[in-house]
Design a protein around this ligand. Sequence first.
Ligand SMILES: Cc1cc2nc3c(=O)[nH]c(=O)nc-3n(C[C@H](O)[C@H](O)[C@H](O)COP(=O)(O)OP(=O)(O)OC[C@H]3O[C@@H](n4cnc5c(N)ncnc54)[C@H](O)[C@@H]3O)c2cc1C
Length: 417
Amino acid sequence: MTGNTEKREIIIIGGGIIGCTSAYFLTRHPSYDPSKHKITLLEASKIAGGASGKAGGLLALWAYPSNIVPLSYKLHAELAADHGGESRWGYRRIHCGQLSAKGRVLDQEKAQEGKPSNGESVSLGKRDKAALGKLTVAGLPKDLDWVAAESAKSYYEMGTPDNTAQVHPYQFTTSMAELAEEKGAKIILGFVSNIERSGGAVKSVTYQDKETSVTHTIPATDVIISAGPWTRSVYPPAPISAMRAHSVTIKSKTAISAYALFTEISLPPNFGRTDTFVKSKRLHSKEVTPEIYARPGDEVYACGEGDTLVPLPKTTADVETDQSRCQDIIGYVSSISDELRDGEVTARQACYLPNVQAASGGPLIGETGVKGLLIAAGHTCWGIQNGPGTGKLISEFVFDGKAKSANIGSLDPRRIL
Ligand SMILES: Cc1cc2nc3c(=O)[nH]c(=O)nc-3n(C[C@H](O)[C@H](O)[C@H](O)COP(=O)(O)OP(=O)(O)OC[C@H]3O[C@@H](n4cnc5c(N)ncnc54)[C@H](O)[C@@H]3O)c2cc1C
């Protein structure tokens, strides 16, 4: 570690949640002195342009890995209290459950819009006596009234407002970036092409400015690689891969209670098909598992399963969205909810999840063996939950020389690099 009284040139690569929370906590560390410590965040295309802006935003004390979850969950609550997170980034406590349901048939025309058919099975009013009886049989909480009663088969509670919460990931990440800037961090839109070293230590970082296309090399005493699924492109030894996932957001016309649902929906064989088609083919029923998260303002986020069909493109701006995959998600969630069927689709998007290719899993947080070069990447499906904890730990590595707030030996990148 370089002494805190000396000048430091701290460079963060990547403006997702990990890079932005790192910038935030570096500017809040007791040793941070803006007259001596320069913090620069380099982001290739847009702050929170990748998974950090397109994730669900679920936070849970029952997430993993257990050595950083409690720290990060607590920091989320503190950040929300300190900076008005409830209104600024939609922080709130929620219920969470596993829902098993039977999807209702979509006819061809309605399926185009992601809407179930007008058949008898769809139009059952969920407020009538029979419907309420079904809700009780399935164990569905009374206020989870935006799941169609005739669809629900079973519901098991996974989390309560005591141990489960949420944020709007895009709003949270961009707020972290703004709050870091307010305390002196500098954000530059530029694509990092190289990290130069000298005598076993980092020396400088080379990037191409997004606006001017001019290439610059800037001095560095500390470099934090937080490029999510792109980590390998700036640091090839990191065993981090990428998986694409699609999601949609739907604005409901009616109130949506605060539940995050992990679903198992069995779709009938004729789901989304015409009668003629069904008669002419042998079709099988299908199980789908979208995650559905209610958000403040009666908006609902839903994501589907991942795919590896399209390799990771150069930047977040080049990510391909497959409209048919978004349409599938809309169809699935519409098949179990009239509110979602009748809502307005406000986003259809895709992004890449960062996975660690090692038996020990991820994320990787800490030193690399090269002096001044730190990694904070590979947060898989819990990067929003574990963002603040990671940022805090990175600030400790930089200014204290070691992680102090959590015991994270098992996440040490040097174990697998
Ligand atoms: C569909 C989906 C739902 C999810 N839901 C949740 C959830 O509910 N809760 C939860 O906790 N987590 C969730 N996650 C996981 C979470 O989104 C990720 O773990 C997290 O966003 C990763 O953040 P990151 O900062 O590491 O990466 P990213 O958000 O990918 O950010 C990396 C950044 O680095 C930049 N970059 C890359 N290369 C360069 C370069 N050469 N130079 C400069 N910049 C570069 C990129 O442009 C990008 O902005 C979800 C993920 C997906 C895909």
